[in-house]
Ligand binder design. Sequence first.
Ligand SMILES: Cc1cc2nc3c(=O)[nH]c(=O)nc-3n(C[C@H](O)[C@H](O)[C@H](O)COP(=O)(O)OP(=O)(O)OC[C@H]3O[C@@H](n4cnc5c(N)ncnc54)[C@H](O)[C@@H]3O)c2cc1C
Length: 479
Amino acid sequence: MSAPDAVVVGSGPNGLAAAITLARAGLEVEVFEGAPTAGGGCRTEELTLPGFRHDVCSAVHPLAAASPFFLGSDLSARGVRLLYPKVAFAHPLDGRRAAAVRGSVAQTAAGLGADARAYSRLMSPLVRDAASIVPVVLAPLRSVPAHPGPMARFGLAGLKPASVLARRFRADRAKALLAGAAAHSMLPLSAPVSGGFGLLLTLLAHSAGWPVVEGGSSAIADALVAELLSLGGRVSTGCRIGDLAELPRARVIMLDLSPRQFARLAGGRLPGRYAAGLGRFRYGPGVCKVDWALDGPVPWAAEACLRAGTVHVGGTLAEVARSESDIVAGRHPDRPFCLVAQPGVVDASRAPAGRQTLWAYCHVPSGSTVSMAGRIEAQIERFAPGFRDLILARVVRTAAEMEQHNPNYIGGDINGGAGTLRQTVFRPTLQWNPYRTPLRGIYLCSASTPPGGGVHGMCGFWAARAALADLCPPPSQRR
Ligand SMILES: Cc1cc2nc3c(=O)[nH]c(=O)nc-3n(C[C@H](O)[C@H](O)[C@H](O)COP(=O)(O)OP(=O)(O)OC[C@H]3O[C@@H](n4cnc5c(N)ncnc54)[C@H](O)[C@@H]3O)c2cc1C
């Protein structure tokens, strides 16, 4: 290939989405990836024992299933098979009980007893309007949406803290269900927009589903790389970029990097005001992750958990709230809220016959070096007696080790920055086009730009669109 038109640093889902969008527009694109393999947060490896395939980062893919970029990419033609567990997510409570999102709003409400009506009233209008709401949420929130009514309904409810939103429920099951979905935000449940994260993820469970990828999340990255190569692009792995000067000259440079990395790579080239803005960018808490090879499925006491792809382990709303506020106070909770994924409920290819892989993480203070394996296992054992007896092997990655694994995960923050109200709209800095930087031709396209964390590729897609508009502005903007 001759000198590329565009260079992308980082091959996470956003870097690859940016590269593909540029290549589809006819640019010659080269991707430089620091790790030995492409994929960023979409990697699958035999972390524990031979034959046990673990998702190193992302495991459950509601955002990929709903992403306009992925929906326009026909990844199934490149071998990506999304598998949908019967129960999208379950939330066990003491006494062999659980709340669960399965199938339609009506089916889910039927399992929520006294809160059936309140759940339907909250979720039915949102699910009905999912096709209007989801694309807006997966784009920079900068213009009046085409369908303002549904978005206003979602926004009014979603701006609330989860703890306030949950007041419409009477019993512990529905409250816990909302708390578990909201806690994905890594915000205290008393924080504005924490309710919105819970609503969005629940809405996606009813509309797009919470699938896992057959064989592991790396299939998504492999398909994206194959698409890029078919468009004439190139991916060079094992190339960690330490300075912008190391990159070949190109008309467009896309950085699938955190603001802190960008500042480092740019050195003194950034204007002071923009550099100060990047310096004010807030990162979220870290995560401590554990992967297990198990001698069989987790023996959950509550039936719904046996069929769920994702299990939110942490007890009542009050317990989840305490765990999340401990993190903000810099403490490691004794009874952490844990996100647990068991792809084996729908994907037998992840482990040898009769055996299972299990994936879990809990939130911890930024940069933590503490292993939470014992506390996570105690929480799972609480709702699945006999779990510990099934453990064949485990691998733990602390928050500090997360950042060593991927320099984008600052302090172990896996979402590219805190999901506060301000940073939901303006990330990484307070500017109209979040992808452009003051350095001509250089754009940020990582999860630190809108719409934020998760495997959806939309940060890369929108950043590439901004670059293409700058290369070829519409006639009205040409001088
Ligand atoms: C433990 C964990 C669990 C998660 N679970 C889920 C989940 O279930 N569902 C979901 O949707 N999302 C999940 N996520 C989040 C999701 O993986 C990320 O939000 C997503 O991968 C962000 O994509 P990205 O392209 O912005 O960056 P990344 O995926 O982080 O990719 C950035 C790439 O850039 C490379 N890089 C960094 N610095 C340099 C450099 N200087 N030079 C060259 N290359 C560089 C990195 O090696 C990496 O490959 C999870 C993340 C983690 C860590």
